[in-house]
Design a protein around this ligand. Sequence first.
Ligand code: TRP
Length: 335
Amino acid sequence: MTTARKRILTGDRPTGKLHLGHYMGSLANRVRLQDEYESYILIADVQALSTHYEKNENIHRDLLQIAEDYLAAGIDPERATIVIQSRIPEIHELMMYYSMFTSVNVLRHNPTVKAEAAQYGFSDMTYGFLGYPVSQAADISIFKASLVPVGEDQIPHIELARKIVRRFNELYQPVLVVPEVLLSNTPRLIGLDGHAKMSKSLNNAIYLSDTPDEIWEKVRNAVTDPARIHKTDPGHPEVCMVYAYHKEFNKDETDAVAEDCINGRIGCVQCKKNLTRCLNELLDPMRERRVQYLNHPERVTEILVEGSKKAHRVACDTMLEVRDAMGIDYFGEHQ
Ligand code: TRP
């Protein structure tokens, strides 16, 4: 007997190029997980409109960009299904059913919704923004995903999805799968400028699509130990961003890097060159894959269209059960 692999679903809003922080925080994990699980990766273009509804002209470009970043990073379309959210309109149908029994106050108190509303300066939240966690519950449950690999900030959304699905199953019939969080416990990647976080808006991001020259330019400007003026000055690796990156991207040589720095045996420029080499070792295979896709953009389109079609069939099957469970498939003509 073959046991079906468990299904996982992850997703991102397409809002720009992916950087090393995304890779270390979630994408590398997804690449690993696609061996073990039946993986669905959702490009949440409709959810992106919840904050970027006036920047709709960017969404097409950002959607292709994120798909290229996934494929370059090693997401394998043979093993993982990449889905465009707007191609599955049934998600919005299911969201509407969920909306009927989801409390507005619960959404208002969702800490991630609150933090994002503050970040975007929303004094008066739109209905779609307030409700996006309900849509996310539909994203997950329409595919009957049992696991959702996410970082901490998404936990309130998955908790809500669990509540909504349980409530649906109690109210109607138990046809939906209650999802669980698969917490990725990788620490957040700091910025080379010393900021606690790498992010596009902080202008400190190293993108997966950066060229070797761009990488060197960014690493060259990284903040090092301010007490070190001359190469022979004893360094303090624990305050140096370049050392923090060696710990992440040059694991085998971390101790040697620290020793050379403490003993003033290596200058910061050389140390930065070494780090750049490590970053390029990670990024080179991604560059090779990216070039292949850039030379065949029709292949990317095909992956997105085929992935979305396959996902659509799964979503339609779930919706037959959903409508039947709710007793609203009045004439049985969908069966
Ligand atoms: N809210 C997620 C983010 O901002 C993106 C997302 C949309 C998602 N639908 C999802 C994540 C479903 C996990 C599961 O990153």
